[in-house]
Design a protein around this ligand. Structure first.
Ligand SMILES: [Zn+2]
Length: 275
């Protein structure tokens, strides 16, 4: 009976389970040929996730795919441990891959919301993110699959789409499920006091707004954020602020960043190219 109550509590839609991990939600989705896990919580979350799965009667080996919504430590933290326990493939957007692999470190994005500004000040006071990574014992891991190709969902028989929803980070993705109409959005929005509001930190506010729009146009019934409770789409409250255009200098910096990232991803050897 307890099992059934537990199942009732965490099954948020048919075949979709919310499993709160350390510092963030993870979601387990039933597919035709196995299970898909979205996000992994902070390092050390694997025991909590696996024990909740056990109570739901879900075997670790049934997890065939782990999708990381974005590069932040509270979402990728237990990816290495969970991949080992489940044997699943690991997927993220290609922009996030080097961060998961530990070859690039997350830097603080421009903070846009008031709370975000306070958080930014607090974090930069104490320590760099790189230091934080070491402190909380992150185990880097190689990402096998690119999460902007729906074929990875077809492989596990999941009826859905992976959407590139940048804004919070450049390579943020959301998982849209056609049945039930639910979308797992990482940190595109966060749930707070019964509303879905913008996250504390964003790399780009205009991209965030465009991504939210894109998700809403698909008509989800349930929106499942990385932080807080899943809520109906009507709970989305994104303030309509005038978006100031990105200054040319900043735009150039961003493009340089992207170039560097792409070069790192494809590892073009200048010598090989010269031949
Ligand atoms: Zn995040």
């Amino acid at each position: 009976m307890w099992g059934r109550i537990h199942q009732y509590l965490s099954e948020i839609a048919e075949g979709v389970y919310r499993i709160p991990a350390r510092a963030a939600n993870t979601y387990l989705v039933e597919a035709k040929s196995g299970l898909v896990l979205v996000d992994t919580g902070l390092p050390g979350s694997e025991k909590r996730i696996l024990s909740t799965m056990a109570r739901l009667g879900k075997e670790p080996r049934k997890v065939k795919l782990i999708v990381l919504t974005h590069r932040h430590i509270d979402h990728i933290g237990s990816a290495a441990a969970l991949k080992k326990e489940t044997g699943a493939s690991l997927a993220s957007h290609q922009f996030e891959k080097p961060y998961v692999a530990g070859t690039l470190m997350v830097s603080m994005p421009p903070a846009w919301s008031l709370k975000g500004k306070m958080t930014k000040r607090f974090v930069s006071l104490g320590q760099s993110v790189a230091k934080l990574f070491r402190l909380i014992n992150y185990h880097p891991i190689y990402v096998d699959k690119v999460a902007d190709d729906d074929s990875i969902l077809e492989e596990v028989g999941l009826d859905g789409t992976i959407l590139w929803t940048p804004g919070h980070t450049k390579g943020s993705v959301s998982l849209f499920l056609n049945k039930p109409k639910a979308v797992i959005i990482g940190d595109l929005l966060r749930s707070s006091h019964g509303k879905l509001v913008e996250p504390l930190l964003m790399e780009s506010i205009s991209q965030t707004q465009a991504s939210v729009q894109r998700v809403l146009e698909l008509g989800p019934v349930l929106v499942c954020p990385g932080h807080g409770k899943p809520l109906p789409a009507s709970a989305v409250k994104v303030s309509k602020r005038v978006v100031t255009p990105v200054p040319a200098k900043k735009k150039q910096e961003e493009e340089d960043d992207l170039d560097k990232l792409t070069a790192d991803l494809f590892k073009v050897d200048p010598q090989a190219q010269a031949q």
